[in-house]
Design a protein around this ligand. Sequence first.
Ligand code: SAM
Length: 219
Amino acid sequence: MTEADHVLLARQLRYYRARAAEYDATSYGVETGARDAIPALVDAMGIDGDVLEIAGGTGIWTRELARVADTVHYLDGAPEMAALARERVTASNVSFEVADAFSYRPQRRYDVVFFAAWISHVPSTKFEEFWSVVDAALAPGGRVLCLDELPARAVNEDEIDGSLATRMLNDGSRYRIVKVFYDPADLVARLHHIGWDATVTPTVHDWFVATAVRSQRQG
Ligand SMILES: C[S@@+](CC[C@H](N)C(=O)[O-])C[C@H]1O[C@@H](n2cnc3c(N)ncnc32)[C@H](O)[C@@H]1O
């Protein structure tokens, strides 16, 4: 990555702030019905207890998490996304916060830390820093659940250059954002290297579900 991380991340956040209003019409294969798989995927995760959802977007997953969890604390860096999520998810067990995922200092610990379509937007150079935030949010014995796209989905990007993708909004504006397509074995190895035991399972629509727990190995 040649650009400074902070420049890239600021632009990526600007992109999502600008995209918020069009996100639901252009995400999760809304045109193919892929999004309909989400409730069953959440059911299969066996979630209970208190959940922190990082980069919750317009609340597509939040609503499903709220169904199965005791509580959900939603976090996103874009106020426009959070406003839409608040409209979508009115369950009383959900709280909302606008905050940057990299500098976040959790006020408490959670049984589950969840993020969908987010780890692929974390620059490789910020991977360990991001997972230290996750670690600070996770209760002893807790687990991380993460869903994202397999490399097979890279064909859906108009332009991809290494770990950067160029995205265009309805008004024609273009943004270069981070997009890392993880091979499951590489993600497991990368997490292992920084002290997490993970399994990464391919699932429907060329998505994967990763489960990670703090490694019991002596560091
Ligand atoms: C691809 S969307 C995923 C949204 C949601 N999880 C979903 O699956 O629909 C990425 C989300 O990351 C948020 N985001 C971008 N940069 C962020 C940052 N630095 N801290 C927290 N959230 C950020 C965006 O606002 C956007 O909602």
